[in-house]
Design a binder for this molecule. Structure first.
Ligand code: ATP
Ligand code: MG
Ligand code: MG
Ligand code: MG
Length: 482
């Protein structure tokens, strides 16, 4: 079954169970101080869970654009290294707002996976919350009993708060969950080690696909749990992982969601995917990151120097550097993948098709600007490496990392990544101190001119030269004479 069909089948299945299809909310979050990017399908329903808002429909299903590169859910370091964590991914979900609860959620999930998608039952495991003393929570006996009617006992695994109590962030709606995991190993491997021993153990072929969360609490800022006014269901299934399980591949990147992109990069670079690990990581990082970058730009977040914009810039620079170092791509190349994004995602997410040219332009300019300093920065890193080696030292100082950031535009995580690849580490605390020093310096410099109106004054060196009517009528252009 092709990815497209797998997605539409999910929606149709829940429509047949009286769910309303709602479009994905933007991947960039603008109105929630606790969150920069959408990290789960439930984000757009946060207020309905908390009882601050009455849900428009009591049953809903969708495919949500998610990004997990910051905050509580941050998978960036895994991306490209493993084959099942992405930066941007689609989360298929079904919800009940005070309507059905555990029974239907569990039975329908099983029906969809095993009868509609026909995943073999003997490859699936389920997990149940075992309880937690700290939060004074009991084992989820109800879920355990419901599962035991469907699957043999040895396929049910008890899980701790880390895996079986889902929380959106440090505060907000949360609750115990039941997850479904799939074992995609060969028969020979299965004969050696049973799948249940590998669930939640970072085995690349035994992966979590679906999380059924039973929303019952709100985590308050003081860390306590408060019962929600009603009970809800919130499920999230990683679309790319589901496609991989159904297409029975050993990597998400071997599904039809990624192969056209890998082919394009192979053609562009003249390299082959699947021959050598470091090159493969570069391929995977690039075809993963282009999605994150394109979807966030389409939702209005362009790369910049702070907050969400800087997260996107970091992702983009990471991709550019992987291409540069491991695939020999020394000219802008990422932007050339945007037509493929439009082709493969435009039907479901029209914004990437409508804005394809704009997205390409932003990416191309950003790539070109970073490529102008990348080579110098990498050369500087080379000489730092030789220097450290000659002294038998292993740590790049905060000052050096800051210079790479400030002069060559190397985000700290990029310097750390390159350091790691070469057996070094970075003094991140020292970097933060340098950053703080720079902020203090620039604060001191701007204190002289904090007013809305700055008088022409020889001492400050600021001269009033007029209004910039093209930007905003009230904006004063300040022109430094010294
Ligand atoms: P994992 O343990 O694999 O990191 P998770 O427990 O953090 O996943 P959930 O928060 O339960 O994930 O999200 C629901 C589903 O979304 C998961 O079951 C998985 O299929 C999918 N998912 C989570 N993180 C990612 C990611 N970074 N890339 C792709 N799919 C993901
Ligand atoms: Mg995770
Ligand atoms: Mg998990
Ligand atoms: Mg999970």
């Amino acid at each position: 079954m092709e990815a497209k069909k797998i997605r539409s089948t999910f929606i149709e299945f829940f429509q047949s169970k009286q769910h309303q299809y709602v479009p994905s909310s933007p991947i960039v979050v603008k109105n929630d101080p606790t969150l920069m990017f959408t990290n789960a399908g439930m984000n757009q329903f946060k207020d309905a869970f908390l009882g601050n808002e009455i849900a428009k429909y009591s049953r809903v299903a969708n495919s949500q654009k998610c990004l997990r590169v910051s905050g509580k859910h941050n998978d960036l370091e895994e991306v490209g290294v493993d084959t099942y964590h992405h930066t941007m991914f689609e989360m298929l979900g079904n919800w009940s707002f005070g309507d059905y609860f555990k029974k239907e959620a569990i039975e329908w999930a099983w029906e969809l996976l095993t009868e509609v998608y026909q995943l073999p039952k003997d490859r699936l495991y389920v997990s149940v919350f075992q309880g937690d003393e700290g939060d004074k929570l009991e084992k989820d006996v109800e879920a355990a009993e419901l599962w035991s009617k469907i699957v043999p006992e040895d396929r049910i695994i008890l899980g701790s708060k880390k895996d079986n109590f889902w929380e959106m962030g440090d505060t907000g709606p949360c609750g115990p969950c039941s997850e479904i995991h799939v074992d995609l190993r060969s028969e020979a491997e299965i004969a050696q080690v049973p799948g249940r021993e590998l669930v939640n153990n970072d085995h690349p072929q035994v992966i979590e696909i679906w999380n059924l969360v039973f929303m019952q609490f709100n985590r308050l800022a003081d860390g306590s749990l408060k019962e929600l006014p009603a009970k809800h269901v919130d499920t999230g299934m990683g679309f790319e992982r589901l496609v991989r399980a159904i297409q029975f591949k050993s990597s998400n990147y071997d599904t039809d969601l990624f192969t056209p992109f890998l082919d394009a990069i192979a053609k562009k670079s003249g390299k082959t995917y699947g021959l050598e690990e470091q090159t493969d990581i570069a391929f995977r990082v690039i075809v993963d990151h282009i999605r994150a970058i394109s979807f966030t730009i389409a939702d209005g977040q362009i790369p910049s120097n702070n907050k969400a914009g800087y997260v996107i810039r970091r992702i983009l620079r990471r991709a550019v550097r992987y291409g540069y170092t491991f695939l020999g791509l020394q000219q802008p190349f990422l932007f050339e993948l945007t037509p493929l994004i439009a082709t493969y995602f435009g039907d479901v997410f029209p914004e990437v098709r409508q804005q394809q040219e704009f997205i390409a332009k932003v990416i191309m300019e950003e790539e070109a600007s970073f490529l102008r300093t990348l080579d110098h920065g990498l050369k500087m890193l080379e000489s730092i490496k030789s220097e450290l080696n000659s002294k038998n030292e292993k740590v790049i100082t905060g000052k050096t990392a800051f210079e790479l950031y400030d002069t060559f535009g190397f985000p700290l995580d990029l310097t750390s990544l390159i350091a790691r690849e070469n057996g070094f580490s970075v003094d991140e605390k020292g970097f933060a101190e340098e950053m703080e020093k720079q902020k203090t310096r620039s604060r001191a410099a701007s204190e002289q001119e904090t007013g809305d109106w700055v008088l022409v004054n020889e001492d400050t060196g600021v001269e009033f030269i007029g209004y910039d009517f093209t930007e905003a009528y009230s904006q004063i252009i300040k022109h430094r004479t010294i």
